[in-house]
Design a protein around this ligand. Structure first.
Ligand SMILES: NC(=O)C1=CN([C@@H]2O[C@H](COP(=O)(O)OP(=O)(O)OC[C@H]3O[C@@H](n4cnc5c(N)ncnc54)[C@H](O)[C@@H]3O)[C@@H](O)[C@H]2O)C=CC1
Ligand SMILES: O=C(CO)COP(=O)(O)O
Length: 388
């Protein structure tokens, strides 16, 4: 039985009571929008859960089935897709959380996306290029996308936010979702906020026919997951990527036992470098995205206190091991994006000859990749901080 054979059974089981629906007539589209999630890691599975809950509550607005593309692997001999579709739990990447039965795990990326009106990308960013190559020319040309990825694309040509890479490669408009959202907390329905950013495209087909900001709010907002929708796609994307570099440095401070004041200093300078980076290379960004949105300062704080990046940095300091080893020991297959982003940011700033304007990003790179002693971090950031 394929994943799709199961869909009709599932939607029968899930037909919601009429009282569940809070949809107003103006929100009802010509045909319910179909959402697909690409990715099934810690955050991918959590966002699939959030979206699937909303699809159940809004049957006139959204198709009842949410396909979730799963990078297939075997867990004790069983396929992960089969486990998800029968037990409704992602036992590897989001253990202990029951996924709604309308989340259907699909191992074939093209099949998962083929009828989607909205494709939500949620994978570690080192895998994005390969995914887009497989999807190119195969998605509905009228589809829209949202990137939940936190990372950057750096090449010889420059630096792009990932929403722009998705738009360019697939020819579909792409916004972003980013915020102070540690997945295990959101998955347990603990209250949090997030930021969604979306530009209505020039070829917008009209209300009821196309995704707009209100549809996105309905798709992602939950009583425990408060969505604020803005325009600044580049701003929330950069903030989500760059805070991972700062969190690695915050982890070094934790591991060295230097205390809260030192960690706050690193976070302060980190926020300053994040904003400086945005102003220099993405002038369309708004500074207040960094200082006022969940995707800005709040995400920096939560990641530096409870995220995987800070834990990896701390482990490196405590055990004197390379970042990749710490990632393997701590994360059971999950990914620490700060390791890649630190390198990508360093390479981009070096190409542009501006690395000296970013002493925290620079020393974090030197610690992870060049064996620079982390105890000397203050010397590097004190000196650099006075330059601008
Ligand atoms: N976990 C979290 O708390 C949050 C994560 N994010 C961001 O969301 C994005 C996705 O992160 P997570 O879902 O947490 O992923 P994760 O860190 O749990 O990564 C594991 C995922 O990578 C997949 N994978 C492994 N090898 C692969 C391959 N060769 N090709 C394709 N996929 C492969 C695995 O199947 C699994 O789904 C990242 O950019 C992350 O920074 C954003 C907010 C919160
Ligand atoms: O982005 C996140 C929280 O918003 C998750 O951060 P980590 O990847 O460090 O766990």
């Amino acid at each position: 039985m394929t994943a799709f054979d199961r869909l009709s059974n599932i939607s029968n089981v899930l037909a919601p009571p009429a009282s569940c629906s809070t949809v107003q007539s103006e929100d009802i589209p010509e045909k319910p929008y179909k959402a697909t999630v690409v990715g099934s890691g810690n955050w991918g599975s959590t966002i699939a859960k959030v979206v699937a809950e909303n699809c159940i509550e809004r049957p006139q607005e959204f198709d009842q089935t949410v396909c979730m593309w799963v990078f297939e692997e075997r867990i004790k001999g069983e396929k992960l897709t089969e486990i998800i579709n029968t037990r409704h739990e992602n036992v590897k990447y989001l253990p202990g959380i029951l996924l709604p039965a309308n989340v259907v795990a699909v191992p074939d990326i093209v099949e998962a996306c083929k009828d989607a009106d909205i494709i939500i990308f949620n994978i570690p960013h080192q895998f994005l290029g390969n995914i887009l190559r497989q999807l190119k020319g195969k998605v509905n040309p009228n589809a829209r996308a949202i990137s939940c990825l936190k990372g950057l694309n750096v090449s010889r040509e420059g630096c792009d936010v990932l929403a722009d890479v998705i738009s360019r490669e697939l020819g579909i408009n792409c916004g972003a979702l980013s915020g102070a959202n540690l997945a295990p907390e959101v998955a347990q329905c603990k209250w949090s906020e997030t930021t969604v950013a979306y530009h209505t495209p020039a070829d917008f087909r009209g209300k009821g026919k196309d995704i707009d900001k209100k549809v996105l709010k309905h798709l992602f907002h939950r009583p425990y997951f408060h969505v604020h929708v803005i325009d600044d796609v580049s701003g929330i994307s950069l903030a989500g990527a760059l805070k991972n570099v700062v969190a690695m440095a915050a982890g070094f401070v934790d591991g060295l036992g230097w205390g809260n004041n030192a960690k706050s200093a690193v976070m302060r300078l980190g926020l300053r470098e994040m904003i400086h980076f945005a102003k220099l290379y993405f002038p369309e960004c708004e500074e207040r995205t960094f200082t006022e949105e969940s995707a800005g300062v709040a995400d920096l704080i939560t990641t530096c206190f409870g995220g995987r990046n800070v834990r990896v940095g701390k482990y490196m300091a405590e055990h004197h091991v390379p970042a990749e080893d710490a990632e393997k020991v701590l994360l059971n297959g999950q990914s620490c994006q700060g390791i890649f982003t630190t390198k990508e940011v360093y390479e981009f700033l070096s190409q542009r000859d501006t690395i000296d304007e970013f002493p925290l990003f620079h020393v974090t790179y030197d610690i992870i990749y060049n064996g620079f002693p982390m105890e000397k971090l203050p010397e590097r950031i004190e000196r650099g901080d006075e330059k601008y």
